[in-house]
Ligand binder design. Sequence first.
Ligand code: GLN
Length: 252
Amino acid sequence: MQKLKILHMYPNMLDLYGDSGNMELISYRLKKRGYSSEITKYTIGDGAKTDFSSFDLIYLGGGADFEQQLLADDLLSCKDKIKKAYNEGVFMLMICGGYQLMGQYYKDSNDKKIPGLGLFDYYTVASTNKRERCIGNIVIEADIDGEKYKVIGFENHGGMTDNVKTPFGKVLFGNGNKFGSDTEGYTEKNVIATYLHGPLLSKNPKLADHIIEYCLSRGQGSPVKLPPINDELEEKCREVMFGRLLTDDKKK
Ligand code: GLN
């Protein structure tokens, strides 16, 4: 039986608004289809012993400026190994604070510049007025396996991200990469970086399956297609939220 290997980075520091739930969701949806998963928790100092390329999925949740500052040096010390894993096609899912740290830099609300891994061209700057934050529900439209899919979540960030060449989605409600932005997050074939907490994957089952299918298919002769499972409740919740947020007077 195929086992999906997940590296969950800094779960003790980057875990806002249930972000760890994303990995529980992946494990749950795998189990429902007869697959298993193994989640390795990475904490500061584990860099030397970690073979990032041996994982199917690398995950970073969101975190406050303080935690981002604390772990930045450790993350930088893993730069080459993470870059290698990314180049080899390991899937990378990053939420909010994790998203910001993979770019060029994050200038936080204390005006401190935290260097990013520089995997991608974008950079993020927060206002020094700590009250200026994008907070609230958000709905974006993303392209998942060639189909338009509404992704719903909750955003709370002071950082405004610029120079995003390939955004994850188009904002239908909420802010996105910066105040009033049309675009949200960043994506590539094996990368999804987004401001959406929620946890993201519990609210967006199709997105969860897209990531799982990518990971299971990588290195296989033919693509793996997961059988459907009962997402009736999730779909009902989604409809309620879309009904609330995407009314003509609120929609962009
Ligand atoms: N500290 C970052 C910011 O405020 C990230 C916050 C988060 O992960 N929700 O922009």
